[in-house]
Ligand binder design. Structure first.
Ligand code: FMN
Length: 219
């Protein structure tokens, strides 16, 4: 998949069957979902998981998806209240997407029992953009499937006034689960997990969006 540019895709096909009881934004405008691809590692596995997730999202009509690929954003680790023009240009690629998002999915690998520095850097460069919004996780890695990274992310997102969704999708020893064309070899379990995650994310996104339209979040 081409992750060169952040792409905005309003998914339009029918929702998966059997989801009648799930909260939905389909009766109103789609929810803005920022899909954050955390790995910026050379030779990364991230595009395979990203493609799989986008195919799940393409079956739903309740999210309009924008991909934020951290391999395409070069933010310095030295934070500044007065960034240089070059840094402002990088922020301009991502900050408006985060600000406009009603919900986030963070797609993260696990590095040394935690999440990538690129993701922490993105989180630290922003604050209000995360507030009173839900965050879902799709993780991958070795034996842990990235779950240790996810549990650490819950702590950081709590500090940013974000709400993390309970259920996750995790790929354990991820590289063995997909064929050479990037297709999941046994997709039923992961697809079911994705539906649960995205239904919960949509519920929270809609609930928080409606609440914020009534009264501002008390940060
Ligand atoms: C620096 C580094 C540390 C890693 N640490 C862990 C780890 O603690 N637990 C784990 O399950 N996998 C670990 N892995 C394996 C990665 O999760 C796996 O290689 C994954 O594909 C990385 O995502 P990426 O290829 O999209 O960057 C590590 C990989 C790297 C490069």
């Amino acid at each position: 998949m081409d992750l060169t540019n952040s792409t905005s895709t309003t998914v339009s096909s029918a929702r998966a069957a059997g989801s009648a009881a799930a909260p939905t934004a389909s009766s109103s405008a789609p929810l803005n979902l920022a899909l954050i691809v955390a790995s910026d590692r050379e030779g990364r596995f991230a595009p395979v998981i990203t493609d799989w997730l986008r195919s799940r999202l393409a079956e739903r009509e309740d999210f309009a998806v924008t991909v934020v690929d951290l391999a395409e954003i070069d933010l310095p680790t030295s934070l500044s209240r007065n960034p240089s023009p070059a840094v402002r240009a990088e922020l301009a690629k991502v900050s408006p997407v985060l600000a406009a998002a009603d919900a986030f999915v963070v797609l993260t690998p696990e590095y040394n029992h935690s999440f990538p520095a690129s993701l922490k850097n993105l989180m630290d460069w922003h604050f209000t953009e995360w507030q009173a919004k839900p965050v879902g996780f799709v993780s991958y890695g070795g034996i842990s499937g990235g779950l240790r990274a996810v549990e650490q992310l819950r702590q950081v997102f709590a500090e940013l006034h974000a709400v993390t969704v309970r259920d996750t999708v995790s790929f354990h020893s991820a590289w063995g689960l997909f064929d050479d064309e990037g297709r999941h070899k046994d997709p039923a379990g992961a697809e079911g997990a994705a539906k649960v995650l995205l239904d919960q994310l949509a519920w929270w996104a809609l609930a928080l969006k409606e609440a914020k339209s009534t009264r501002p979040y008390a940060a």
